[in-house]
Ligand binder design. Structure first.
Ligand code: NAD
Ligand code: USQ
Length: 404
């Protein structure tokens, strides 16, 4: 298949591109490299040394003989995206190309505006251009578990849709609705907006769309990125882009107390990067038909409470755990039960938090520890001005409330 991977230079997009190329697909990576520019803006770098995208593609071809086509394009530029679609006419499109960090989206008003403009324009431009060019590709979008919100409802979160009953003058009527969204950041809000765009274009124009509501991705290597040093994946550890489990693992590796926000009672859904790329492959194999509703999968394999993860890693590595004032506005404690039956039915065999894979990340972090700027480890982006006053931005240690 001819597959476009939008955002193919990113943390999940790069290993997905390699995975699909390895399966024999013709892969076209589209990226405006904005994530690399954001590293420059923030003054941070990936823990792992990443080559340019062109160099990464060259190494892949050298290793496998397979060509990865790179297109330097910004999805916000409608006319260019339309011409590109007309020219390449992909049979499937995987859409990763959005600003994906919640803390970055909450830094300042400018970051909020950038995140909404970038993410909503990228998704809408793509949909409008698909209709205009008549490119009948299966669109697979990477969404987030965070659209559901994190209040404890007690019932398992279904895969996208909810059956409800409403009272009408003629009695009760059954209705299927999108699960009500309750985003916890401007970033998560853009993913909620994406869902409405997809619903409209699937019903109005018969676009075939799958939306993957993904949990937090952890790990760094996949079978393909392990093949050559220069195919290494990016690894974010900083307070804006680093995600919780990967952050705890690098913190353990460099002797930095594990930064638990609040009580650590937040329960979240997780998936290993190897399973993430496999899920994209599975979703591609099961396209909806024109006129069908948007297909929604919960792309996660397990749930964990943040403090349990911290205690587990502390036990495994001897790291200390620091309970810090929470820079976010979120429930201190929540339960989370999630349905993921569709991927299991398609043959996903979940990778769980096996110690081998956890230590692999610690080993990667130790290898590249010299690249870590410890002052960029704390998460300092506050969700409101009031919270900002409570959360001081002291580097290492001074902000700690208690250390166990
Ligand atoms: P990433 O930031 O590493 O990659 C995103 C890529 O998209 C970057 O290379 C960036 O340059 C590119 N991009 C952004 N805006 C663009 C634009 N306007 N035009 C062209 N390219 C653009 O993010 P990631 O961690 O790989 O996440 C990929 C997707 O998966 C995101 O949409 C994210 O919301 C979703 N997701 C990620 C996680 C996670 O834990 N990383 C979890 C759930 C969902
Ligand atoms: N947290 C800590 N300590 C840290 C970092 C985070 O306790 O050092 C806590 C946060 O307060 C939060 C939880 O861990 O309660 C998760 O934070 P995160 O940064 O790991 O994840 P999140 O902001 O939700 O975003 C990440 C990705 C995003 C994706 C989302 C999936 O960046 O792209 O959509 O995970 S989900 O969380 O399921 O919505």
């Amino acid at each position: 298949m001819r597959i476009a991977v939008l955002g193919g230079d990113g943390f999940v997009g790069w290993p997905t591109s390699l995975h699909l190329s390895n399966l024999g697909h013709e892969v076209h990576i589209v990226d405006n490299l904005s994530r690399r520019w954001i590293d420059t803006e923030l003054g941070v770098q990936s823990l792992t040394p990443m080559d340019s995208i062109q160099e990464r593609c060259r190494i892949w071809q050298q290793e496998t003989g397979e060509k990865l086509h790179f297109h330097f394009l910004d999805l916000r530029e409608y006319d260019r995206i339309k011409s590109w679609l007309e020219e390449v006419r992909p049979e499937a499109i995987i859409h990763f190309a959005e600003q994906r960090a919640a803390p970055y989206s909450m830094k300042t008003d400018r970051h909020k505006v950038y995140t909404v403009n970038n993410n909503v324009s990228a998704t809408h431009n793509l949909l409008a251009a698909m209709v205009e060019t008549g490119v009948d590709a299966h669109l697979v979008h990477l969404g987030t578990m965070g659209v559901y919100g994190y209040s404890s409802v007690g019932a398992p979160i279904p895969e996208g849709y909810l059956d409800v009953e409403i009272d009408t003058p003629n009695g009760k009527k059954g209705l299927e609705i999108l699960y009500p969204t309750r985003p916890g950041s401007v970033y998560h809000m853009t993913k909620s907006l994406d869902q409405i765009l997809f619903q409209f274009y699937a019903q109005n124009d018969g676009l075939r769309i799958t939306d993957l509501h993904q949990g937090i991705v952890w790990g760094t290597h996949t079978d393909q990125t392990r093949r050559h040093d220069q195919l290494i994946n990016r690894f974010d550890y900083d307070g804006d882009y680093g995600t919780v489990l990967n952050r705890f693992l690098i913190q353990a590796a460099i002797g930095y107390p594990l930064t638990v926000h609040g009580t650590g009672g937040q329960t979240r859904a997780f998936i290993h990067i190897q399973d993430s790329v496999r899920c994209v492959e599975l979703a591609l194999s099961d396209s909806p038909k024109a006129g069908e509703r948007v297909r929604i999968f919960n792309q996660m394999t397990e749930t964990h409470r943040v403090r349990d993860l911290a205690e587990m890693i502390a036990k495994m590595t001897g790291a200390k755990v620091a309970y810090l004032p929470n820079p976010r506005k979120e429930a201190d404690e929540n339960e989370l039960i999630v349905k993921n039956d569709q991927f299991l039915a398609l043959g996903l065999n979940p990778t769980t938090l096996a110690e081998g894979l956890l230590s692999e990340v610690v080993d990667v972090a130790r290898k590249y520890a010299h690249r870590i700027d410890r002052s960029r480890v704390p998460a300092v982006s506050a969700w409101t001005k009031d919270i900002a006053k409570r959360v001081e931005h002291d580097p290492e240690g001074k902000r700690l409330r208690s250390v166990s």
